[in-house]
Design a protein around this ligand. Structure first.
Ligand code: 13P
Length: 255
């Protein structure tokens, strides 16, 4: 982290876990544990959990995010949720382009870009996910791929809008596998994303963008990961479903 230049953000991504009632219990448990955090604390929760999560998080330092958003403002898109709808509920962040959406739901770099623009247009802060598969890494395409995905996702995003964008480097091979990237690999991957931003917006702007690492980040390895200069926090899956573990990660980013 380099807190002099950019904000550290620890965000939980609950994925398809927790009912609204369970969400309330977990957030109540988390509130006192993260109350004195010196970083942004965000919980991205399933759509139906959002009203309950916002109600319980009110008055605390926990911000609520969604896990996806559609790119159209309204219309015949059965089952989809528009950015304005999230905004009206009090949602602040939204995960976009998670590898699970790319893998299982036909998400492409182009739709990631459209969703990012829609989120920004509605005043939401996108957490834009990029990351290589193991096969792509072994073929030596990590840098090329991360730069391409980052640039594609940010197409037509202005330098002003970029202030509200968080990028999350999530190597696909490290997600939910228990295999964490080494701190050096995380720093390097995040560095590629930052370099891509620098190529488009210049180094000064790139240095101010929060870039998280995600992929089996947990209470044990968080300290080392966030000690790296390019790792400005984390996007946490499994460990964000446990109040104690999540709070330890928040504490690591609060140093
Ligand atoms: P895990 O922390 O469970 O590996 O998930 C990471 C992730 O996908 C966060 O978006």
């Amino acid at each position: 982290m380099n807190k002099a230049l950019r904000k550290a953000v620890i965000a939980g991504n609950w994925k398809m876990n927790k009912t609204p009632a369970e969400a309330k219990v977990l957030i109540e448990e988390m509130k006192p544990l993260v109350a004195d955090a010196d970083c942004e604390v965000v919980l991205c929760v399933p759509f139906v959990d959002i009203p309950a999560a916002i109600e319980v998080a009110k008055g605390s330092n926990i911000k609520i995010g969604a896990e996806n958003v559609h790119f159209k403002a309204s219309g015949a898109y059965t089952g989809e949720i528009a950015a304005d709808m999230l905004k009206e509920l009090g949602v602040e962040y939204v995960v976009i382009g998670h590898s699970e959406r790319r893998q299982y739901f036909g998400e492409t770099d182009q739709t990631v870009n459209l969703r990012t623009l829609a989120a920004l247009g509605a005043g939401l802060k996108p957490i834009v996910c990029v990351g290589e598969t193991l096969e792509q890494r072994e073929l030596g395409y990590t840098e090329t791929l991360l730069k391409f995905q980052t640039k594609m996702a940010l197409t037509n995003v202005t330098a002003e809008q970029l202030k509200d964008v968080v990028v999350a480097y999530e190597p696909v091979w490290a997600i939910g596998t228990g295999v964490t990237a080494t701190a050096e690999q995380a720093d390097e991957g995040n560095g590629y994303c930052r370099a891509a931003i620098a190529e488009v917006y210049g180094t000064d702007v790139a240095e101010t963008v929060t870039i998280q690492y995600g992929g089996s980040m947990n209470a044990k390895n968080a300290d080392e990961l966030v000690s790296k200069v390019n790792v400005d926090g984390g996007l946490i899956g499994g460990a964000s479903l446990k109040a104690e573990d999540f709070s330890i990660i928040v504490k690591a980013a609060s140093k």
